[in-house]
Design a protein around this ligand. Sequence first.
Ligand SMILES: O=C1C[C@@H](O)[C@H](O)[C@@H](O)C1=O
Ligand SMILES: [Co+2]
Length: 298
Amino acid sequence: MFNENQVKLAIAPIGWTNDDMPELGKEVTFEQCISEMALSGFSGSEVGNKYPRDTEVLKKALSLRGLEIASAWFSSFLTSKPIEVTAKSFIEHRDFLHEMGAKVIVVSEQGNSIQGQMETPLFANKPVNTEEEWKLLLEGLSSLGDLAAEKGMKIVYHHHMGTGVQTAIEIDRLMEGTDPEKVSLLYDTGHLVFSGEDHLAVLKKYVDRIHHVHLKDIRMEIVERVHSEKMSFLQAVKAGAFTVPGDGVIDFKPVFEVLSEAGYKGWFVVEAEQDPAIANPFEYAVKARKYIRETAGL
Ligand SMILES: O=C1C[C@@H](O)[C@H](O)[C@@H](O)C1=O
Ligand SMILES: [Co+2]
């Protein structure tokens, strides 16, 4: 299905230690996390809060286990702070990733996001960008795209629950308002299905602009509780809204088919944050690896 020289498989550390709620998995060491990633058959990782920032130390620890860095999350504040503030931290992040050999930079606007607020009900309080916020966001992302291009890199925008770019309509606006040469899309199956979008329609529409993929599955019974019990994003994660591909309601076969027919090149990153005390991260990594082998032939 895929050309094995063009796609690579990574897993995010968020199942071992959660960056949004560092108390989840605080006892798990960096070495345990990356060793279990390698042992379960992955060749890459994104960057978590326990990863050393010294690039030589990080490279050595990863190469001992046959792992590479696929990318890392960057929070932009284009709608709430002057562009210079975001640009300064973006350049630092870009240079770190460039040194680590990554080609794409995950960007998500957090200026008006509620994703980190433990008590804020997710669906009732989702921010909706004003016209002014859209302008700041679209122009700011173009500038970040230019900065990424200086190093031969791309930004991949992460649509996300609890932010101003969550729904298919909002993704349309983001895509229509930016230059494909400057702004690419990160496709995260879990966030689209959680939001109630047609994830395959979004994929087919933007497949040529998708340069990074997060593979996340959904437990629909938890999403129903998020609605009825007015849970926040973080409460939803703790309750187990997300899981690894093959363990929830999403059929990934058509997702892989659309991407392979379009000649997708880049990383697939299994990203399934759940409480590691409930869902053993190594066991779930092995489960995801087996499912991807069976469904994508990778
Ligand atoms: O890519 C991601 C990074 C996390 O920090 C985030 O909250 C998660 O849901 C996600 O998709
Ligand atoms: Co994601």
